[in-house]
Design a protein around this ligand. Structure first.
Ligand code: 6PG
Length: 651
């Protein structure tokens, strides 16, 4: 009786362990490779060892495919399509129960794409690789087997080595192969997060909440940063399976290959130091993702540098702040498309979801394009923030207290909703003691540089992003607090009791300016896309900015459709109507503010910009004449279609 009880407990323990293994794995292991690489043998051994089902892909061919193969013809991509879909369905079905092993040649990326539809994050690719000679000799030494060398060669020709796969050298013994695969899949983490600042920590929790097995790293600095990763792990139950490190070598060694490491460290030189520290521990095809607000030019340089070291580099803009990073940020990755595919399941899973439940994460384009659009995102963000600051200041001058301002802003949600609008209303409501907190905050705006870069990029590309520059320079003006106080005494300000405008005028002026802001932001991306041949999809960019990020708004939602037809939103008939409708209010608000010495740089710049961009014959003829006068820079004439240069002796 006692013996039986012991046996039962032991059996339950084994079962528990097996279930735990299955649960921990929760994957479909696709073992792939050319004919003769040993897929079936390894697949069966692995399935026995892990106690999970085994499927041979070849058993799932249609009658037609079998007939075709039996007649000696090889299958084309069309024949394979349905078969690959069948295997994808099989994989999906198995995932609802547990893990499984499927063997299938899957030589091309397009085949693997079909196999992984909707289950990208649940697939582990294992590629059994060997040289042509090794495999040829191996097949032809098997009794009753013969494979013409041309046939095997054709398989090698179409083989697109899967970069996302665990590469296994078939010269190892089957036992060692199983040991290696198990060690990689069972004991190692799928994804590494380097740098546990506010954003890094939130992303770790987000990844863990989504079921990913992660390793987390934070440096050790005596007395300053000690056991950061370890302590963080103990704080949140979702991190119980995460592994914590403060030694780079152990962190890197804890990751499945090819390794995927997201860097969440301060933008700038730190990224280069971190890359250098990591490099000696990385192997070919490992992937580094820079999730910080890095400069796009630096991202391109790092991309090129790491290419020479056979490491992939993804520059990924991440927006949404601490909460976004935890619950779902908007993610803007760029670099090699193929490398992106390896990290896509992770990034898309943790990203915010749009209205249609699609991930607010998309492959943006090559090199630093992801960081470029994140930079423009921040430029638009600067303007949206400044516009809200300006309209709130006007409301205050009109005599509204913070609660009333919050009420007015809240009432705009039905027509002008945005995340920044919502938080601004909340900010105005916040009280500290008997007073509103907003009254206690020093009026000097900080910045971390992205608005500066956007303005510089605009100047370099010759794009008039005047609102972004204006919002940036407003922050700079705010910083001259002492000088402002001094000059305030020297220059008389008019009495503002005469401000003639309604709250609705302010709302319309605000909406008018936001359209100009978005026009300028998308214009900057259009020109950069042309200049750098990035082929940016503006509508898709608008889509991934509808959730998770700081500039998500109802307007952004509308722009998805507008940008499908044009890159210039000011050519869209509905936008033209709205701009024409709001323009009189914008003029009224701006002129009233100017007459009353109220500073409204972005509101007035929006009016000025529309005036400029819609002027038929600009005053630039006078600039050209002046340039020619003092510098013989020459000019073109309206009455000369040849576009020849002309010079006049003005004296
Ligand atoms: C985001 C924000 C984020 C950060 C800015 C702030 O999209 O989540 O843009 O990146 O808040 O870096 O920038 P400033 O300090 O320059 O205002």
């Amino acid at each position: 009786m006692l013996k039986f009880g012991l046996k039962k407990r032991l059996w339950e323990k084994v079962q528990n362990l097996t279930n735990k293994t299955k649960k921990a794995l929760n994957s479909v292991i696709f073992i792939i490779g050319v004919s003769g690489c040993g897929k079936s043998t390894i697949g069966k051994l692995l399935s026995q060892d892990l106690n999970i089902p085994f499927f041979d892909g070849d058993d799932f061919h249609s009658k037609n495919n079998i007939k075709k193969m039996a007649s000696g013809q090889s299958l084309n991509d069309e024949d394979r399509h349905d078969w690959l879909e069948t295997l994808n369905h099989l994989a999906k079905k198995q995932l609802t129960k547990s893990s499984c092993v499927i063997v299938c040649s899957a030589l091309k990326q397009t085949y693997r794409d079909i196999l992984s539809i909707d289950i990208e994050s649940k697939i582990k690719w294992v590629h059994l690789s060997g040289s042509f000679e090794e495999i040829y000799n191996r097949i032809n030494s098997r009794p009753n087997h013969f494979m013409p060398s041309e046939l095997l060669k054709s398989q090698f020709d179409i083989l697109e080595s899967p970069k996302e796969a665990l590469q296994i050298d078939i010269s190892l013994t089957p036992e060692n192969i199983i040991k290696t695969i198990k060690n990689e899949l069972m004991n190692k983490s799928e994804f590494g997060l380097f740098g546990l600042g506010v954003m890094g920590k939130s992303l770790c929790r987000n990844l863990a909440n989504n079921g990913f097995k992660i390793s987390m790293f934070n440096r050790h600095i005596d007395g300053e940063e000690e056991d950061v990763a370890k302590n963080f792990k103990t704080q949140f139950s979702e991190l119980s399976n995460a592994r914590a490190f403060d030694r780079i070598s152990s962190f890197v060694a804890s990751l499945q290959r090819p390794r995927k490491i997201m860097l969440m460290v301060n933008a700038g030189k730190t990224i280069d130091y971190v890359i250098e520290d990591l490099l000696s521990h990385l192997s070919e095809n490992d992937i580094l993702i820079d999730g910080g607000n890095s400069n796009y030019i630096k991202t391109k340089e790092r991309f090129e540098y790491l290419k020479t070291r056979n490491i992939h580099f993804i520059g990924a803009g991440v927006s949404g702040g601490e909460e976004g990073a935890l619950k779902g940020p908007s993610i803007m990755p760029s670099g090699d498309l193929e490398a992106y595919k390896s990290v896509q399941p992770f990034l898309e899973t943790i990203s915010a979801k749009d209205r249609n439940n699609l991930p607010c994460c998309t492959y943006v384009g090559p090199e630093g394009s992801g960081h470029f659009i994140k930079m423009v995102h921040n430029g638009i963000e600067y303007v949206e923030m400044q516009l809200l600051a300006e309209v709130s200041a006007i409301l205050e001058i009109l005599g509204k207290n913070p609660d009333e301002i919050a009420n007015i802003i809240d009432s705009w949600k039905s027509t002008a909703n945005s995340y920044l609008l919502e938080i601004t209303a909340a900010i105005f409501r916040k009280k500290e003691g008997n007073d509103w907190l907003i009254h206690k905050i020093l009026d000097k705006a900080g910045n971390k540089g992205t608005g500066n870069w956007t303005t510089m990029a605009s100047a370099e590309l010759g794009v008039p992003s005047t609102l972004i520059a204006s919002a940036l320079f407003s922050r700079y003006i705010s910083f001259y607090k002492a000088e402002r106080l001094q000059l305030n005494k020297k220059f008389i300000k008019l009495n503002t009791s005469e401000l003639i405008m309604t709250t609705n005028d302010i709302l319309e002026a605000y909406q008018f300016s936001r359209i100009i802001n978005h026009y300028q932001g998308f214009k900057l991306m259009t020109e950069a896309s042309k200049e750098f041949s990035w082929n940016l999809n503006l509508s898709e960019i608008a889509r991934i900015w509808t959730s998770g990020c700081i500039i998500k708004s109802a307007l952004m939602q509308d722009l998805i459709v507008v940008l499908k037809d044009t890159s210039n939103i000011l050519t869209n008939p509905q936008i033209i109507d709205i701009v024409n409708q709001y323009r009189p209010s914008a003029k009224r608000v701006v002129s009233q503010c100017v007459l009353n010495d109220i500073t409204i740089p972005t509101l007035s710049e929006a009016i000025q910009f529309l005036n400029g961009i819609t002027t038929k014959y600009a005053s630039a003829n006078i600039i050209q004449a002046q340039r020619d006068y003092f510098g013989a820079h020459s000019y073109q004439r309206l009455d000369d279609d040849s576009l020849n240069s002309h010079h006049t002796n003005w004296n």
